[in-house]
Design a protein around this ligand. Structure first.
Ligand code: PMT
Length: 425
């Protein structure tokens, strides 16, 4: 690859109807200072001709290592080790399954195994295939291997059905790819240090700590059928639970509604409403040494819950009277026992730092993790996050750039350790 462009991207195209969108992705990457080389699966060539990519990149398009005109006899090694990012658009259920299981029976799957570059996968497939337990299991496996995903969106699919499985917008895919490239080029220098800081390689530096973590969203009933809730998936909270447990802590999670499964070997207490979460937290609190409020708890709930389904009437408006819920985090902090560290989150859409700072002070927290949920790749339900950590009585602002929620969990825990050392040097 030439040295003239800032970033080098390996674009992997697998065999789905959205393969034509890989052309737009390629063009947009090129406009953003990326040199792109393309690898296709055999089935992808049924949808788009390799010649199209060849013309646009002025480079050989790899499909098969053994093609007679392949200019490089060990192309999957050379290709994979000269890229800054491996981006798969679109990714079929089949290529995801191969990556997850280390199968290397064609050029693209061999490239995945032979590459050290970050990997970003943009799946596109039929809804049933996307939702199938096997696909979700493979995706979870890849996420825990550190692979990034740009989740597919809901919409009308090529098979004339409507559901989740449509390739995310090209602009959003490229934005996430560029953020990863910026991030990984910044962290290359730090990579050696980061490796030793990854929870998989860490010593048991949280041994002796007992974490109590609230996770997910709450549901506040309106009547037996309807409720008020939010978009929390539980991914951020579970990532912290998993990392803390791997670093030696005892972990109990109190979780509301979540769309992902809790990690093994953490104690799970289920709660539906803010009140149930409050009660469960108060019961578990005496055993905790660190409390983390990662849940999105409703601030208000309907004052009167109807016993029967509320019927539609001739009136155009229906007014629900709401009352405040108990603030779990503030109550924990107010009644904290000796040595308890209290960490809160703040999900904001504007004036992020000043709102987070005011939560830190009003709720008397040791630390707050502020998410600007308007940023691409941050906040609810995404696999990645971007945050700023603020600490009590400190002007320090710790910026955590775009990274997987697993990696961010470790960064948050590193700050918890620093707080612990400060309190008990
Ligand atoms: O679950 P994910 O999809 O991975 O998304 C992660 C997340 C965005 C939900 C998470 O990172 C996050 O920011 N959680 C807090 C969301 C929120 O409700 O923030 P808040 O600003 O409304 O609340 C501030 C803090 O007070 C939070 O720690 C919250 O848990 C806590 N709180 C709020 C209200 C209440 N009644 N009780 C509380 O404990």
């Amino acid at each position: 690859m030439s040295e003239t462009k800032k970033y080098r991207v390996g674009l992997g195209v697998s065999g789905g109807i959205a393969a034509y969108k890989a052309i737009e992705v390629l063009r947009l990457l090129q406009k953003n200072d990326c040199e792109v080389r393309v690898a296709m699966t055999k089935h992808a060539t049924e949808f788009v001709q390799p010649l199209t990519f060849r013309a646009l990149t002025e480079s050989y398009v790899f499909v098969d290592d053994y093609e007679p005109e392949n200019p490089d006899p060990i192309a999957h090694i050379n290709f994979s080790q000269t890229i800054d990012l491996l981006l798969i658009v679109p990714a079929t259920a089949n290529i995801i399954a191969k990556f997850a299981n280390g199968i290397a029976d064609d050029f693209l799957s061999s490239t995945y195994l032979a590459s050290n570059a970050p990997v970003l996968i943009a799946p596109a497939m039929n809804t049933t295939m996307w939702e199938h337990t096997a696909s979700q299991r493979n995706i979870d496996k890849l996420k825990s291997d550190g692979v990034f995903f740009v989740a597919p969106v809901a919409g009308e699919l090529a098979c004339r059905t409507v559901g989740t499985g449509k390739l995310e917008d090209v602009e959003n895919i490229v934005a996430q790819a560029l953020q990863l490239l910026v991030q990984s080029s910044k962290s290359k220098v730090q990579s050696q240090i980061d490796l030793t800081q990854d929870s998989r390689f860490k010593t048991q530096d949280l041994k002796g700590e007992s974490f109590l973590i609230t996770i997910g969203g709450t549901r506040e009933a309106i009547d037996p059928i309807r409720f008020i809730s939010n978009h929390s998936s539980g991914k951020m909270g579970f990532a912290i639970a998993d990392a803390a447990q791997k670093r030696g802590a005892d972990v109990t999670v109190v979780c509301g509604t979540t769309s992902v499964k809790p990690p093994n070997s953490v104690k799970v207490v289920r709660a539906v409403s803010a009140e149930e979460m409050f009660q469960a937290v108060m019961k578990e609190l005496p055993n905790a040494t660190v409390f983390v409020g990662a849940a999105a708890v409703a601030d208000y709930r309907p004052k009167n819950v109807s016993d029967a389904k509320i019927k539609k009437t001739n009136q155009d408006f229906l007014t629900l009277e709401l009352e405040k819920t108990s603030d779990i985090l503030a109550t924990v902090s107010k009644n904290r026992h000796n040595g308890l560290l209290v960490v809160g989150f703040a999900a904001e859409t504007n004036d992020v730092i000043s709102y987070a700072k005011s939560k830190l002070e009003k709720k008397n927290l040791d630390m707050v993790v502020a998410n600007d949920i308007t940023l691409n790749g941050a906040g609810f339900d995404s696999d990645t996050n971007i945050a700023t950590i603020l600490k009590r009585r400190s002007d320090e602002k710790i910026e955590i750039p775009l990274m997987s929620k697993q990696a961010m969990a470790d960064k948050i825990l590193d700050e918890v350790i620093k707080l612990r050392k400060k309190i008990y040097p």
